[in-house]
Design a binder for this molecule. Structure first.
Ligand code: ARG
Length: 565
């Protein structure tokens, strides 16, 4: 926003600092009494070798005047800027309404590429609620970085290779049927896979046969590969149904199997760099100096592992996309795995190991207990999304039975509620799934934010507003509620940057609740369609700006914004 820049310019000149450094230090105080922008001087104590409050007073004494601010004052270690409300409203609202859907964009990422590895479920296994987080967090990060001008590459690193497929083939040979798999898909594959584990407890020879099948897969045996490919296709079809419902996309479905023919070279490279050592017949990279258990590269039977594939994938991605950052979104229980193989990349002498980022998240559990695959208590993503839509349909039938396009809106709101709930919580926090919480239209929820957007749309529609009036008199927006809305919507780009820096989409979700709350206060305090044309036009321009910010913000989170609900 221009005002922040203006304040930074004044400070930079008075304190003889770089403007970018000042910009990074300026805060927006939560308390209105401290002005619209504040510059804290604590961090300068070292540089100027003085107490922060003396520095503040010093800088304040040297500040030039400016038309943008009605008052600039020094309070303790802060310099507070009070903007002229009407010119502030004008600047903010016009910049939103002129930019439209482009509002919030910036060019900081121009020419840089970010690879995002997200969702990445394991084929032939149910797509359960635990996968939801990786999918929606990764997808939101994609949108966040894209908004900042980065080129994003979204990769679904499917778990589609490994000894488990040897087990699945053996299980299918023993107990499977083509018809049942075709009819029931993943759930049938899961059934025979579970049976395999039960039977293998009693008869270890099953494991030998499973290993033999995996060896065949690795050797490209026709039967083994065609069964594997069949399981793969069935799984992808089911996953895609879920992605379609969630509105999630990927640029590439390059799973673990994609690296089959690329791992030998990496193993050779590790050898050549003297990093590979033998340990009980397996090949490992020792990480004792980093105080971590060794990273397993080859099994005793020569088979590769999860880490081998991740190392290979990282080298491939660096070569192919020359990324600025490569981000991995997975549950927190994979922390050690990522720390280990990031270290291996570093030991291989690649300085870009610092650009590999693990973005972990906490567990999802149900109100009545944990989500566990073993005990068979899985909630399938698809069932959950269907349930969300069904419940929302019930709410709409009760609250607004004549709503046109009811089915579509129920999908947008129901699925939006699930996504929003997941993203509203900080990543690391464990989430307990609660329908009542996420579908509450008055809480800090997706439906609440969507409802606020619909409310803005409906006022604009009622006013016959299609584009802003000429010569708007922004001085009529000088009330506190209006000023608060302006201040909030002005923060959009800063919030997107913060979300990117912290890899934390919750920053955007929480911000949208702030926007909605400040708007609802303004809406409550003021008659938008006032008799006075001047007042009405200015208020409508503000409503239009709010509509734009909420819609763009929801789009970042991967949530639709219906105009009526
Ligand atoms: N398939 C793994 C799982 O479900 C997640 C993969 C994450 N990505 C990666 N490059 N390791 O646990």
């Amino acid at each position: 926003m221009d005002f922040k820049y203006e304040a930074a310019k004044l400070i930079a000149k008075a304190a003889d600092m770089e403007i970018d450094e000042v910009l990074g230090m300026i805060e927006v105080p939560a308390n209105k009494e401290m002005g619209d922008y504040a510059f804290p001087c604590f961090k300068l104590a070292k540089k100027f070798r003085k107490a922060p409050n003396l520095i503040a007073a010093d800088i304040c004494g040297k500040l030039e005047g400016s038309d943008s601010f009605t008052k600039i004052e020094c309070v303790a270690a802060y310099i507070n800027f009070f903007t002229d409300k009407s010119s502030y409203a004008k600047t903010v609202i016009e910049s939103v309404n002129n930019a439209g859907a482009k509002y919030g964009e910036s060019s900081e990422g121009e020419g840089k590429t970010i690879v995002i590895d997200y969702s990445s479920p394991n084929i032939a296994k149910p797509f359960h609620v635990g996968h939801l987080r990786s999918t929606v967090i990764g997808s939101a990060l994609y949108n966040i970085f894209e908004k900042l001008g980065y080129k994003c590459v979204g990769i679904n690193h499917l778990g589609d290779w490994g000894t488990q497929f040897g087990k699945l083939i053996e299980a299918y040979k023993l107990w499977g049927s083509k018809e049942a798999v075709e009819e029931k898909g993943i759930s049938e594959l899961t059934r025979i896979y579970v049976k395999f584990h039960e039977e293998a407890e009693k008869d270890d020879s099953l494991n030998d046969r499973a290993r033999a099948w995996f060896v065949k897969m690795q050797d490209g045996d026709e039967e083994a590969i065609s069964l594997w490919k069949w399981f793969y296709d069935i799984s992808i079809k089911e996953f895609e149904r879920v992605y379609e419902k969630l509105g999630v996309k990927f640029d590439y479905y390059t799973g673990e199997s994609f690296y089959n023919d690329k791992m030998d070279a990496v193993v050779e490279e590790l050898k050549a760099k003297n990093l590979l050592v033998e340990s009980n017949g397996a090949m490992i990279v020792d990480l004792e100096d980093a105080k971590m258990p060794p990273c397993l590269i080859l099994r005793t039977d020569g088979g590769t592992l999860y880490a081998t594939r991740d190392i290979t994938a990282a080298l491939y991605r660096k070569k192919t996309y020359d990324f600025d950052k490569c981000i991995y979104v997975t549950a927190i229980d994979q922390n050690l795995h990522f720390a280990q193989w990031f270290k291996v990349i570093e030991k291989m002498g690649y300085d870009w190991s610092k650009d590999l980022v693990h973005v972990p998240f906490g567990l999802v559990s149900l109100e009545d207990g944990k989500l566990s695959t073993r005990k068979g208590k899985v909630v399938l993503m698809e069932d959950l999304l269907n349930e969300a839509v069904k419940k929302t349909t019930g709410i709409i039938d009760e609250k607004n039975p004549d709503l046109p396009n009811k089915e579509e809106v129920a999908k947008q709101v129901g699925i939006g509620a699930v996504i929003f709930d997941d993203l509203y919580n900080g990543r690391i926090k464990d989430i307990v799934f609660s329908w009542d919480r996420m579908l509450n239209f008055d809480g800090e929820t997706g439906p609440y934010v969507q409802y606020t957007h619909a409310r803005a749309c409906s006022v604009l529609k009622k006013a016959g507003y299609d584009k802003k009036a000429e010569n708007i008199d922004y001085s009529v927006l000088a009330d506190d509620a209006a000023a608060d809305v302006c201040k909030t919507i002005a923060l959009f780009n800063d919030k997107i940057k913060e979300a990117a820096n912290r890899y934390e989409p919750s920053v955007i979700a929480r911000y949208l609740v702030d926007v909605a709350q400040s708007f609802n206060k303004f809406y409550h305090d003021n008659i938008i369609l006032a008799d006075d044309e001047n007042v009405k036009n200015a208020r409508l321009a503000l409503v239009d700006a709010v509509r734009t910010v909420i819609k763009s913000g929801l789009a970042i989170l991967g949530i639709d914004a219906p105009e009526q609900m």
